[in-house]
Design a protein around this ligand. Sequence first.
Ligand code: TXA
Ligand code: MG
Length: 316
Amino acid sequence: MRTRITEDIQEAAGFIRSGELVAFPTETVYGLGADATNEQAVLKAFEAKARPMDNPVIVHIADFSDLTGVAQSMSDSAMALMESFFPGPLTLILDRHPGISDVVSAGLPTVGVRMPMHELALKLIRTAGQPIAAPSANLSGRPSPTTWQAVREDLDGKIACILKGERTPVGLESTVVDCAREVPVVLRSGSITLEQLRSVVPDTKVADVDRDLLAPHSPGLRHRHYAPHARVVLIDDTESIGAPEKSAYIGLIKVDNPGSLLICEHVADLEDYAYRLFEFFRECDRFGAETVYCHRVPLEGFGVALMDRLERAARG
Ligand code: TXA
Ligand code: MG
């Protein structure tokens, strides 16, 4: 298949309507979109990414009225979180409407719903006239793509279309909160922080690794996460950068003598770190880095999501 790269929303929406896959930008990362009401189309997304079938995908909506055919019986806390954070980098797990196929939810009675805060994403959903089911637009096991070129690197020839946009402004995937339980539980950290969630629903919890994350209702978190081919080492200071041969660095502290490093990314703050991290990992693979040093950040606010991605990468 020849992958069409376009900036034309009408053309991209046409592919969605005819059951084909379209990668598109959101504020977090690029998604690989399929008509959420078309089971065959959603199956194509699993196939193109080589994604395990037991890992459900998020349904993206553009307007609150789209919720009707996607989710049902929403709790008061779910409503409150939506009111505060939709549109934005937040995914809520809700009771699934029967109109959404089993394939989207990997057989769970729930569905992940997100209203992205990105003009192109919202226009694509509205023009297609259907909610769009979309995992991140990477091959399974690779970092989520933050540029259209990264999408092409992974999926060229496997999908109908890439809706070309700018680099995604956040750079990390959305915060996932399970609202199908008694109190909301954070399943995946993201740029909407625990503090922000608790300012709206004070008893919001963080998932307990054994009880919540290994349970069947949060399947994605069991799967292996992306790590570069290189060994990832988390460091607290730049003196820990040993053997710089075929090494790369990313972090808040400036390296005095970056000369021997393949890549040296000095980031301005946590937001900048998140913005650059996944593309940095891809760059490390392209350059054949063997050791990748990543500077740790404090486990508070947005730092929690960043450390989550860094620790997963370091675990390999
Ligand atoms: O920012 C994002 O969330 C991006 C953009 C494209 O929206 N999407 C994304 O999708 O990261 P994906 O498929 O890479 O990650 C979705 C996560 C997975 O961990 C999946 O298991 C979880 O959300 N998820 C989806 N539906 C779920 C459900 N019904 N119950 C529990 N977890 C669910
Ligand atoms: Mg993903």
